[in-house]
Design a binder for this molecule. Sequence first.
Ligand code: ADP
Ligand code: MG
Length: 366
Amino acid sequence: MEVVLQNLTKKFPGRDKKNREDVIAVNDFTFEIPDGKLIGLLGPSGCGKSTTLHLISGLQKPTSGRIFFGEDDVTQLPPEHRGIGLVFQNYALYPHLNVKQNIMFPLQNLKGKDKLSKDEMSKKALEAAKLVQIEELMSRKPGELSGGQQQRVAIARALVKMPKVLLLDEPLSNLDARLRLQTREEIRRIQKATKITTIFVTHDQEEAMSISDMIVVMKEGVVQQIGKPQEVYDNPANLFVARFLGTPPINVFDGEIKGSKLYIGQDAVLDIKGSADREVHVGIRPEGFVLKEDGPLCCQLSGVEVMGRDISVVSTHAASLNPTVRSIIGTDNRVDGSQEKVRFALLPRKVFLFDKQTQERIDFDV
Ligand code: ADP
Ligand code: MG
């Protein structure tokens, strides 16, 4: 099912006594979610992710704008008629019901021609349980399950009616690191097997990048960029997006274009064609640094961390806006940790320039 959001806006009345201004949780959000894809809705806490999901589910009504499921305008349709499955961070299982009863629960209220017999309900519950591989746990109560198992039950319950759209709100936040990794792969597998259009909300960029067909990056209710994860990483629209994606995060410096050269402090780090002289922010991905004895960027070495797969060189630079400059280099490099200084050349496609005022990306040629 294709989902279309048209100029979707949600305002909440300001309750703060000193500030009666409305909170604009979602601001003019327009986006087409293609049928059968998994979309990662990504942004820091409070940026409007859950509100967007609540609008799509019908739990909240937009202040303005419209929502379409395929051809149908569902903006005014109550949640139970939208054909959605919802999974929240805190599972929200019924503690007194066993796993099977929890999964069957959404089927019990079906009326009229949709009404199911006990046997049909059992069969559907088992199918959903098999999808998330918990069919041996059917008679347990939620209190007798681990966090990961409880979340699988919640996912099975969301799937049991075979929804047209699956909405997941930070479903992995309560799991430990290893389970989080495993469960996110599981969600991807289930999504591919069922081809249900899925919107996955998270504040964790790595999570969103790893499983999404497309990511939507939000900040303060406003969409910043939409695209395939790698495309957004390689071509961030602005400094916020560049900073939000990637671990370790992008290194940001104060810089200046002067006489067709890009300067970071006193260091002329790149030749730049046809750009007027101006001040800029320079973003350099950690993998954009190349160790080079006579390299143009000169940093004060703080330490070298050998991480197994690669080496992380930690240094400082007077023009850096981050407390440290973090660069990642291959393990075939040798860095003498006792050196005072370390010099780098830069890979131009890993270097981004941003306007100092608007923070929008500036294109350049080398
Ligand atoms: P996220 O899920 O990205 O953390 P939310 O969508 O929950 O963000 O919230 C977005 C903004 O809207 C926040 O500033 C939040 O305080 C505000 N907000 C959310 N729900 C309500 C509400 N029911 N009443 C007033 N403000 C709300
Ligand atoms: Mg939220």
